[in-house]
Write a protein that binds this ligand. Structure first.
Ligand code: ARG
Length: 475
C-alpha cells in the first residue's frame, strides 16, 4: 500500500516500483521506526491532534507490531515500498483506519533520518564494544611478549631492535582511537531531526523537544531544512568504519607476512585458518587476508555516500535513499570481521626464538654507534658518518658490528673506544630507550598498563551508552 496516490490517475509502472522499492534493505530500520512512531504519537496526543483514547489504541497496536517484528511474525510483503509503508500497513491491518492518524505532523523525510540515526547509534556502539575485545586481545599478547627482542622495520628492512610487546601494542593504540571516534560521533550527532516534517517543520506542533528526549537524543537539530538533508552523521560513521577497516587491514597484512615460511614468527591457530582444495599440506591465513581485503569495500562505501551527497540540493531528494545500503554493508562487514580477527589474535602462537634470532642482523645496531659518539658531543652528522663507515667495513669483510676490533674502530674514529661494545647488543639498545614512548621493557610495560586502563574505561563508557540507549530503544 503506497503512502501517496490521491493525485495520481495511474499506478506506478512495475519498473518504477522496482526501482523505488527500498524495503528489502531498509527493513533493518523497522524496530527504530516503531520507536520513532511511538515518540511521535506522544507528541500528537499532547498537541491534541490525536484524542487520548485513540492514542491508547494506536500505542497498543504499535507495541504489538513491534513485538511481531522482533519475532518475525510481521514482515514486509511484495507490495510494500519501504519500511515506513510496511509498518503503516501492518498497523492499519491491526487497528483499522485510525492507524493512519500517525502520519500527521511528520513526513518520511524526517522519519527515515531519525530511524537511521538511531540505527547507527545502536550499531556503532556494538562495533565499539567488539573493537575493545580486539584491543584486549592485543593487550594480552603484548604483555606476554614484552621482553622478546625483535627486529624493528622501516621500509620493511631491519631498522632498530625493539621489544615485541611494543610492536603489538601499537595496534591497541590505533584501535583505541577508532573507539574514541565513536564516542565523539555520539556527542556530536546525538540530536534529533524529528519534527522537521517534509522540510519546514509542522504547524501541528508535535513537540520535537519531547520526542527527542524520549528517544534518548540530547536535543533537537536547529534547522528543519538542514535536519532532513544532513547525512554528515552517516558519512562520518562510514569514515570511522573505513578507518577501522584500514587498521584491520594492516593487522591482516602483518599476520599474513609473519605466518609465511620465510618469517615463521606466528602460527595462526587451526580454528582461524583455512585449507586448500588441491594442496593438502596448505594452511592459509584467510582471516588475515579477508581483514586486509574487506577494507576495500569499507572505503568504497564511504566514497559512495560522499559522491551521492556532492552537489545535492538541500532538503530531501530521493538520492538520499542511497545512504543506507553502503552504511548497512559497512556495519555488517565489521560485525562479522571483528570477532573472527579477535579470535585469530587471541589464539595466535608467537615463535619467540625466531623473532629474536635476527634482531641484530642487517646492522640494526649502527644507530647505537652514532648515538655513542653523539653522547660524547661529536656532531651527529659526523657520528652518523663514522657509524656508516663501520657498516661498510663490516659488510666488505663479512662480519657484524660487534666483531670489529678496537684497532678497526679507532681507525674510523678516535672516540670509538672499547666500551662501545656494551652498547652493541640488542638488549643494550632496547634498554637505553627509556623515554615514555620508547622501546625499553620498562616503558612498554607502563604503556601496556595504561592501555589496559584505557580499554577498561572504554568498555565502561560503551556499556553505559548501550544501557542509556537500549532503555530508549525497546518499544
Ligand atoms: N525510502 C526513502 C529513503 O530512504 C524514504 C523517504 C522517502 N521520502 C520521499 N519524499 N519520497 O530516503
Amino acid at each position: 500500500m503506497a503512502l501517496w496516490g490521491g493525485r495520481f490517475s495511474r499506478q506506478p509502472a512495475q519498473s518504477v516500483a522496482a526501482l523505488s522499492r527500498s524495503v528489502d534493505f531498509d527493513w533493518r530500520l523497522a524496530p527504530y521506526d516503531i520507536k520513532v512512531n511511538l515518540a511521535h504519537l506522544d507528541g500528537l496526543v499532547a498537541a491534541g491532534v490525536i484524542a487520548a483514547g485513540n492514542g491508547e489504541v494506536i500505542r497498543a497496536g504499535l507495541k504489538a507490531l513491534g513485538s511481531e517484528i522482533v519475532t518475525g511474525k510481521f514482515t514486509y510483503n511484495d507490495n510494500d515500498e519501504d519500511v515506513h509503508s510496511a509498518i503503516e500497513r501492518g498497523l492499519i491491518t491491526k487497528i483499522g483506519a485510525i492507524g493512519g492518524a500517525l502520519r500527521a505532523g511528520r513526513s518520511r523525510n524526517d522519519l527515515v533520518v531519525t530511524d537511521f540515526k538511531l540505527y547507527l547509534i545502536d550499531h556503532l556502539l556494538e562495533i565499539a564494544a567488539l573493537t575493545t575485545d580486539l584491543i584486549a586481545a592485543f593487550n594480552v599478547q603484548s604483555e606476554k611478549l614484552v621482553e622478546v627482542i625483535a627486529p624493528g622495520f622501516t621500509h620493511l628492512q631491519h631498522a632498530q631492535p625493539i621489544v615485541f610487546g611494543h610492536e603489538l601494542a601499537k595496534h591497541s593504540q590505533a584501535l583505541l582511537r577508532d573507539v574514541d571516534r565513536i564516542g565523539d560521533w555520539i556527542v556530536r550527532n546525538n540530536f534529533s531531526p524529528l519534527g522537521s516534517g517534509a522540510l519546514a517543520g509542522s504547524g501541528l506542533q508535535p513537540n520535537p523537544e519531547a520526542s527527542a528526549q524520549s528517544l534518548g537524543f540530547d536535543g533537537v537539530l536547529a534547522n528543519s531544512i538542514d535536519a532532513v538533508s544532513d547525512r554528515d552523521f552517516a558519512a562520518e560513521a562510514l569514515f570511522i568504519m573505513a578507518m577501522l577497516g584500514v587498521h584491520l587491514s594492516r593487522i591482516g597484512e602483518e599476520f599474513t607476512l609473519w605466518s609465511t615460511t620465510e618469517f615463521a614468527w606466528v602460527v595462526i591457530d587451526d580454528a582461524y585458518s583455512t585449507g586448500s582444495s588441491i594442496m593438502p599440506q596448505k594452511k592459509n591465513p584467510d582471516i588475515a587476508e579477508l581483514a586486509r581485503g574487506k577494507s576495500g569495500r569499507l572505503i568504497g562505501n564511504l566514497t559512495a555516500l560522499l559522491a551521492t551527497l556532492k552537489g545535492l540540493p538541500f532538503a530531501y531528494n530521493r538520492d538520499l535513499q542511497e545512504d543506507k545500503e553502503p552504511t548497512f554493508d559497512s556495519v555488517e562487514t565489521l560485525l562479522v570481521l571483528l570477532p573472527a580477527l579477535t579470535g585469530m589474535v587471541e589464539t595466535a602462537k608467537f615463535n619467540t626464538k625466531t623473532i629474536s634470532n635476527e634482531a641484530h642482523s642487517g646492522f640494526a645496531l649502527a644507530t647505537e654507534i652514532a648515538d655513542y659518539l653523539a653522547k660524547k658531543s661529536i656532531p651527529f652528522a659526523a657520528a652518523h658518518g663514522a657509524a656508516g663507515e663501520c657498516v661498510k667495513l663490516c659488510e666488505s669483510s663479512g662480519i657484524e658490528l660487534h666483531e670489529l676490533t678496537e684497532a678497526q674502530l679507532q681507525a674510523i674514529h678516535p672516540e670509538l673506544k672499547s666500551d662501545l661494545k656494551v652498547f652493541l647488543t640488542t638488549a643494550g639498545a632496547v634498554a637505553s630507550r627509556t623515554s615514555s614512548l620508547g622501546t625499553s621493557i620498562s616503558s612498554v610495560t607502563k604503556q601496556i598498563a595504561d592501555l589496559k586502563t584505557a580499554t577498561a574505561e572504554a568498555k565502561g563508557w560503551i556499556s553505559n551508552e548501550v544501557a542509556r540507549f537500549s532503555g530508549m530503544m525497546t518499544p
